[in-house]
Unconditional design. Structure first.
Length: 186
């Protein structure tokens, strides 16, 4: 389901007056959904999910799979970006009640809709992050290809190297094995 967001004079103008209104001021493309209570959930980032709580005027970032330094770094960069843009209050950035989540309170505005401005700024942040997670995806695919389909000089056919009776540096026979007897010999 697509969510359409209008920013500017078209947002409050009736359909007849929309032709005379200002042109669209901003467009964005995000993979997002609206929940039953009206919260907006954004799923574009590979490490985190972003939820804009419309009733509470909060932004919350959740870890997608596992909590790690990469996930915390993405959440931290998001809230740092939103703080610098004046979307969230600096002193409200804190850990959420769900493990590995961060949240912040959105600032109020007399002139602009805070929800739409938050969506617009999250979209801009996502555009800044996109080259990073696309390069990580390409790197992972390259590593998979190297393991699953190696080059000729990096691989041998099955049976090309003959089996030897003893391999490695630890001899298995003709050695006293102290661990075998359950006591140590000094």
């Amino acid at each position: 389901m697509a969510v359409t967001i209008k920013v500017g004079a078209e947002a409050n103008a009736p359909e007849a007056a929309a032709a005379e209104a200002l042109p669209v001021q901003a467009t964005m493309e995000l993979n997002m959904r609206k929940s039953l209570n009206g919260d907006v959930m954004i799923f574009d980032h590979p490490d985190i999910d972003i939820v804009i709580l419309t009733e509470k005027k909060k932004v919350v970032a959740f870890a997608k799979d596992i909590m790690s330094d990469i996930v915390y770094g993405a959440e931290s960069r998001l809230f740092e970006y939103l703080r610098k843009k004046g979307i969230v209050a600096y002193d409200s950035i804190q850990g959420g009640n769900v493990y590995g989540s961060l949240e912040a309170q959105m600032l109020d505005s007399q002139d602009l809709d805070p929800i739409k401005m938050t969506l617009l700024n999250v979209s801009k942040w996502m555009d800044d992050e996109r080259p990073y997670f696309e390069s990580m995806k390409v790197h992972d695919e390259m590593m998979d290809d190297q393991l699953l389909e190696p080059e000729k000089e990096d691989s041998t056919e099955l049976g090309a190297i003959p089996h030897e009776d003893e391999k490695g540096s630890i001899l298995q026979h003709n050695l006293f094995a102290p661990y075998l007897y359950g006591r140590y010999t000094y």
